[in-house]
Ligand binder design. Structure first.
Ligand code: SAH
Ligand code: MG
Length: 214
C-alpha cells in the first residue's frame, strides 16, 4: 500500500515549500518568455535545497539551467560562501535565468556557463571536486554526466538526477522512446553501482539521488 498522491504533494508544498515572489516569478515567467514549462516543482525544489544543505555543499553544479528555477532552490541550500555553477547551451534560456537569479537574490553565488554541457564538463574537471551535482538536461547524456560527476565529487557528496519517472513512462513497457530507454538504462546503471547508495525520491517526476560512498 502506498499513500502518496497529489493532495499529499500539495500538503508538503504548502508546509515546507512556500515560494517567495522570486520563485513564483521564475516558475511562471519562464514559459511566458518562451521557455518550455519543464521546471521542477516546488516540493522538488525544497527537496534539492534540503539535500544540498544536508551534504554541506559549498560547491554545486547543475547541468540544465532553463529559467533558473531549480538553480534558485539549489543556491539557497548552499552553506554560506557557497557557489553554484550551472550549465546551459541555449543563450535565450540563460538570459531568462540570469534575471531570475538576480530577482532571487542569488546572482552573487551563481555562475551560468554557456555551451554544450559535454564540452563545459571537460573544462570543469579542473575545478573539481564538487560537493553536489544536479543533472537535468538531455536524457541520453545522463550516463556520461553521471560518470563525470562520480569522478569529480568527493566522498559523501550527493548526485541528483531529475525525471527518473519520465511522467510514469519508465514503467510502461510500450514506451520505447529514446529518452525513456535512456532513463531506464541510467536508473539501472546507478542502482547497480557499487560506488553509490542510491534511490529515487518519488515527488514530482522522480529524482534519482546518489551518495558517493567509494
Ligand atoms: N533544471 C531546470 C530545468 C532544466 S530543462 C529547472 O528545473 O528549473 C533542461 C535544460 O537543459 C534546457 O534549458 C536545455 O536547453 C538544457 N540542455 C539540454 N541539453 C543540454 C546540453 N547538452 N548542454 C547544455 N544544456 C542542455
Ligand atoms: Mg527535468
Amino acid at each position: 500500500m502506498t499513500y502518496y498522491n497529489d493532495r499529499l504533494a500539495q500538503y508538503i508544498t504548502d508546509l515546507f515549500a512556500p515560494q517567495d515572489a522570486a520563485l513564483q516569478r521564475a516558475l511562471t515567467e519562464s514559459p511566458q518568455r518562451g521557455l518550455p514549462a519543464i521546471s521542477i516543482r516546488a516540493e522538488e525544489g525544497r527537496f534539492l535545497q534540503f539535500i544540498v544543505r544536508a551534504c554541506g555543499a559549498k560547491k554545486a553544479l547543475e547541468i540544465g539551467t532553463l529559467g533558473g528555477y531549480s538553480g534558485i532552490w539549489i543556491a539557497r541550500g548552499l552553506v554560506p560562501g557557497g557557489r553554484l555553477i550551472t550549465l546551459e547551451r541555449d543563450p535565450a534560456h540563460a538570459a531568462v535565468a540570469r534575471d531570475h537569479f538576480e530577482a532571487g537574490g542569488v546572482a552573487d553565488r551563481v555562475e551560468i556557463r554557456l555551451g554544450n554541457a559535454h564540452d563545459s564538463l571537460k573544462k570543469l574537471a579542473n575545478e573539481s571536486p564538487f560537493d553536489f551535482v544536479f543533472i537535468d538536461a538531455d536524457k541520453p547524456g545522463y550516463l556520461q554526466y553521471y560518470e563525470w560527476a562520480m569522478n569529480n565529487v568527493r566522498m559523501g557528496s550527493i548526485i541528483a538526477a531529475h525525471n527518473a519517472f519520465r511522467a510514469g513512462a519508465i514503467v510502461n513497457p510500450n514506451d520505447t522512446t529514446t529518452d525513456t530507454e535512456a532513463m531506464r538504462t541510467f536508473n539501472k546503471h546507478v542502482a547497480a553501482d557499487p560506488r553509490a547508495i542510491s534511490t529515487i525520491y518519488p515527488g514530482g517526476d522522480g529524482t534519482l539521488v546518489v551518495v558517493k560512498i567509494a
